[in-house]
Design a protein around this ligand. Structure first.
Ligand SMILES: *Cc1c(COP(=O)(O)O)cnc(C)c1O
Length: 434
């Protein structure tokens, strides 16, 4: 197998014999409908209603000429991409179907899936950055992303500048201008809402600032859309070029897998695909199959979780033992509320609960919970609760913790799809035990 040739290229999805039904009578079908069949032709799999799991490391060519043709497609010698599958580090049927379906939610041209959210982010960064570059990002970011940009890419001479998640267009533009003066800006990297502050990034303002500063060499805007995507926030509509997911969270939705995704325009996805082909960060067929199952209920799950969170937060905000609730449904700041109106269609189901007291009270509350599980992560069918100051953000220096509102009385909660009144009863008794 001439692996080294395809190592440096992007195999694009194979052609499928039977095109999907994407609209009826001019009515474009909604993602919730397309999740049941899009990208899969049962005739290619013995009529199986559901796609089988393709456990194979490589794919047989019909004949030598076809093999050559596939490699011409894979290496870009022939436009239009590869007509067939080649090798499972590049792609496979389960992953291709998953990628077709994932791109539907943001109406993106293409999608790629990865072995984890972090491997998606790492592959994306490796694609675009080179020594001397200055990445501009919103802050704070998911801790591992900050480590990757600051400490790991830093070893290779990549630098960064950040602006606070809630920054105005003027503030963003001045940070971008400063970065431009320091070196090449390969990428603008955002995360919204920021964790655990819940501050939203104004993606439209970032795009406007970028467009006014950079002429023809506009750095792409990538955004981690894990917390609100793909249901409540579609950043490609607001000027982002690439939307990134930890599919481990809401998309997977059952806390039983780890995976990542990137969606966007083909021109940007192709180089990321080449990098993924080279380093092998693609998701595996089993996980891809599980994600196909998960996407069928994505809208149901996220809708229910969002409704549950609204009820639970309403209860929590008026409880005497609660200092405040950091939930996107309760935005006080008018600028944040404006971003929310422009960018979001729902407040999500992950929020910050500040108890009156400190670590003792937070721990007593967590230990008393009977339905909610004490675990980090979010976006699953079950409700989870954790204490960031003592867990996910334990190693963050005190001054920075203070600046980010990561106080000892903070409890992070991700609401699941249980009965909302049962959840309220659980939070009520746990607060009573504090
Ligand atoms: C969990 C998470 C990640 C990392 O995803 P993994 O699937 O754990 O690698 C990245 N960004 C955000 C916002 C996350 O919540």
């Amino acid at each position: 197998m001439q692996e080294d040739e395809s190592d440096i290229t992007g195999a694009t999805p194979r052609r499928r014999p039977k095109p999907d039904v994407l609209e009826i009578g001019g009515r474009k079908l909604k993602p919730a409908t397309l999740m049941m069949g899009h990208g899969y032709d049962a005739a290619l799999s013995e009529g199986a209603l559901k796609p089988p799991i393709f456990l194979t490391s490589t794919f047989v060519f019909e004949n030598a000429a076809a093999g050559k043709r596939h490699f011409e497609g894979v290496t870009g010698k022939r436009p239009g991409g590869s007509e067939g599958l080649v090798y499972s580090r590049f792609n496979g049927p389960n992953q291709e179907i998953l990628e077709d379906r994932l791109s539907v939610w943001e109406d993106a041209e293409e999608a790629l899936t990865f072995s984890s959210g972090m491997s998606a982010i790492a592959t994306l960064l490796l694609t675009f950055v080179q020594p001397g570059d200055v990445i501009v990002h919103s802050g704070p970011l998911y801790a591992a992303t900050e480590t990757l940009i600051g400490r790991i890419l830093g070893k290779f001479g990549v630098r960064w500048l950040d602006f606070p998640a809630g920054a105005t267009r003027e503030e963003i533009e001045s940070v971008l201008a400063e970065a431009k003066g320091m070196g090449r800006v390969p990428l603008i990297y955002l995360e919204s809402p920021a964790n655990p502050t819940n501050v939203l990034v104004d993606v439209e303002a970032v795009a406007a600032a970028r467009d006014s500063l950079f002429g023809d060499e506009r750095p792409p805007i990538a955004i981690d859309n894990t917390f609100l995507g793909p249901l409540w926030s579609k950043p490609l509509e607001h000027g982002a070029d690439l939307s990134i997911y930890s599919l481990t969270k809401y998309a997977g939705g059952h806390s039983d897998l780890v995976a990542g995704g990137v969606v966007g325009a083909k021109a940007l996805i192709t180089p990321i695909r080449m990098m993924r082909n080279t380093i092998g960060t693609i998701t595996d067929p089993n996980t891809a199959w599980m994600l196909l199952r998960s996407l069928e209920t994505l809208e149901l799950r996220m809708t229910r979780a969002g409704e549950n969170a609204a009820k639970v937060c309403e209860f929590l905000r008026q409880h005497p033992k609660v200092e405040s609730v950091g939930y996107l449904g309760f935005l006080k700041d008018s600028r944040q509320a404006d971003i929310y109106r422009r960018h979001c269609t729902g407040a999500g189901s992950t929020f910050s609960l500040y108890l009156t007291g400190g670590e003792t009270e937070a721990f007593a509350f967590l230990d008393a919970l009977k339905i909610a599980k004490l675990a980090v992560s979010l976006g699953g069918t079950e409700t989870l609760a954790s204490a960031p100051a003592a867990m996910t953000h334990l190693s963050v220096p005190d001054a920075r913790k203070q600046a980010l509102g990561i106080t000892d009385n903070l409890v992070r909660i991700s609401i699941g799809v249980e009965d909302p009144d049962d959840l309220i009863a659980d939070f009520d008794q746990a607060l009573g035990a504090v």
